[in-house]
Design a protein around this ligand. Structure first.
Ligand code: ATP
Ligand code: MG
Length: 258
């Protein structure tokens, strides 16, 4: 079974898609792993980054909600990463939020039909606590929560964790929080205060490594490129690599039962 990780936070703009795509590049290109990315967000940002103008020929994310789907087929993208994606601002994808709760269980069974081909399945989640997040939490084993530090960071995490624990208790018992990844940390007094609050609430959940505000990450997103191939991307690439290393270490620790 592949290692499955969902990148989730109901708050918008915290770096879910950026981190999901850069982790995918790192695992696929540097670690030579077979990676499937599932873009659960109807905004389609991750899809746009990975496709780089190529057509989405395979299964679209919204089709994963179809119990009678004939065939599940990923679209192969430039760097060998396979994608089940959402066309930009997919109206049908947004409509999936109004499906009955039971429909949120269907994407997992469709993904199970192909996921044994992969080492990793990475799921980018939308900024809401709706059906698509539920379907991602049902399909994944691990959840990684990117967070931007603010006075409200802890409140947002509490809402997300309540959802995660409900899903774990009721529908997906294997679900595990891999950790909270601080994004755009600037070491200011305000950030340090917010970070102290997050650590007080959930200390060992917080990744030791963090990402700083690095404009090349924005360029990487716009160019659909791995961060280490973008101009001035060296520092961001080092930070991202450290994050991936810690992510793998955390997974190994959980899998070995320590
Ligand atoms: N560490 C960083 N340094 C600089 N820019 C960043 C960083 N992390 C994310 N960004 C930028 O911030 C913006 C929001 O990031 P991103 O789209 O990844 O967030 P998101 O959580 O996926 O948003 P949404 O909830 O809308 O899906 C993007 O323009 C991205 O390039
Ligand atoms: Mg996003």
């Amino acid at each position: 079974m592949p290692i499955r990780i969902a990148f989730a936070n109901q708050k918008g703009g915290v770096g879910k898609s950026t981190i999901c795509t850069q982790v995918a590049f790192q695992l696929a290109i540097k670690e030579k792993k077979k990676v499937l990315v599932v873009d659960m967000d109807a905004q389609g940002n991750t899809t746009t980054v990975l496709l780089k103008g190529q057509e989405l020929t395979g299964t679209r994310t919204v089709q994963l909600f179809d119990e009678n789907l004939d065939k599940v087929e990923a679209t192969e993208t430039e760097y060998g990463i396979d994608l089940i994606g959402s066309p930009k601002n997919d109206r049908e994808g947004y409509d999936a939020e109004s499906l009955p709760i039971s429909a949120a269980l269907v994407p997992r069974s469709n993904l199970e039909r192909i996921w044994d081909q992969y080492d990793y399945v990475l799921i980018d989640c939308p900024p809401s606590l709706g059906r698509k997040l539920l379907s991602a939490l049902n399909a994944t084993k691990y959840v990684l929560c990117p967070v931007k530090l603010s006075g409200f960071a802890v409140d947002g995490l509490e809402g997300l964790f309540m959802t995660i624990f409900d899903v774990k208790e009721q529908i997906n018992h294997e679900l595990e929080v891999l950790g909270i990844l601080i994004n755009e940390y600037d070491q200011s007094a305000a950030h340090n205060k917010a970070l102290a609050g997050v650590k007080e609430a959930m200390d060992d959940m917080v990744f030791d490594n963090y990402l700083r505000h690095r404009p090349p990450l924005d360029s990487a997103t716009m160019e659909g490129e791995p961060i280490w191939r973008v101009r001035n991307g060296k520092r961001a690439a080092e930070e991202m690599q450290a994050v991936v290393k810690e992510m793998i270490k955390r997974i190994k620790k959980i899998e070995s039962g320590n």
